[in-house]
Write a new protein. Structure first.
Length: 276
């Protein structure tokens, strides 16, 4: 059984003391590929550098998270465009809207998101999308860009709603639009994630992927928990098991179709198990 973690913030400073060991633990746990998230120009550069260190095993995204929208000026857009053309970059993002924290003004979030949607159209790159408490505006901007966005042969968008935590209406809207859906350890949270156990049954095979979003979202029902409370890709099998159980399918079947979808969307192929 092999799994693909489509969302890991491996450039986060919490991994600085043992990043290579984190990668090795992931491999030992059956995680054969990881998509390293870029959330700013500098973060995207760092993600690309990690992907160069572990070619094949890691790929990167290049984007501007809505929290960093105030940094997304013309120079940042040009730098991001150049980064996104590199062979290590599998997708544009993490991009989208976040009205939950509002770390950047909403008008600037929308402008940064629109520009990155334009880049996806221009460069024919998949999208790694973020949305929190901004469903209506997020959907409107996606729909406006829809005619030019890259698609799979089956008509689905080459895009994933990363770390989906929304409700049934939001899920159905994203599926109708053609998005893939990324599920994290949020599904293991008995306080706020139980609704996902019903919703994941609605996502067809071929449109579902799994992720840790480490170092965040350590599964609450993981036992024993690490003393650091830091999430990492080695815990992806725990997420996979929860998703498989909720869908009423075997872990092997879940691993097979989610990994196939991730490999297709993000271009994962052969793995080099040794750093360069």
């Amino acid at each position: 059984m092999q799994l693909i973690d489509i969302g890991i913030n491996l450039t986060h400073d919490s991994y600085d003391p043992d990043r290579d060991a984190v990668v090795q633990r992931a491999l030992a746990a059956g995680v054969c590929h990881m998509l390293v998230t870029g959330a700013s120009v500098e973060g995207s550069r760092a993600a690309i550098e990690l992907s160069r260190k572990w070619p094949g095993l890691l790929r990167a995204t290049a984007g501007c998270h809505p929290h960093h929208a105030t940094e997304f000026d013309a120079a940042a857009a040009a730098a991001l465009r150049e980064l996104a053309t590199g062979p290590e970059v599998a997708a544009l993002g993490e991009c989208g809207l976040d009205y939950h924290r509002d770390f950047s003004p909403r008008d600037q979030q929308r402008q940064a998101f629109e520009r990155q949607l334009e880049l996806a159209v221009e460069l024919r790159k998949p999208l790694f999308l973020h949305q929190r408490d901004a469903h209506a505006d997020f959907l409107a901007l996606l729909r406006a860009a829809l005619p030019g966005l890259p698609r799979e042969p089956d008509g689905s968008l080459r895009a994933v709603a990363h770390c989906f935590t929304g409700n049934r209406d939001e899920l159905l809207a994203y599926l109708e639009l053609g998005l893939c859906i990324g599920i994290t350890g949020w599904i293991c949270d008995e306080r706020r994630g139980m609704h996902l156990r019903d919703l994941v049954r609605l996502v067809p095979a071929g449109r579902l992927m799994i992720e840790t979003d480490g170092p965040y979202l350590l599964p609450r029902d993981l036992s024993p928990k690490p003393a650091s409370r830091r999430n990492e890709p080695a815990y992806l099998p725990h997420v996979a098991q929860a998703v498989a159980a909720a869908r009423g399918e075997s872990l092997a079947a879940l691993a097979d179709h989610t990994s196939s979808t991730a490999a297709r969307l993000f271009g994962f192929r052969e793995t080099n198990l040794e750093p360069e």
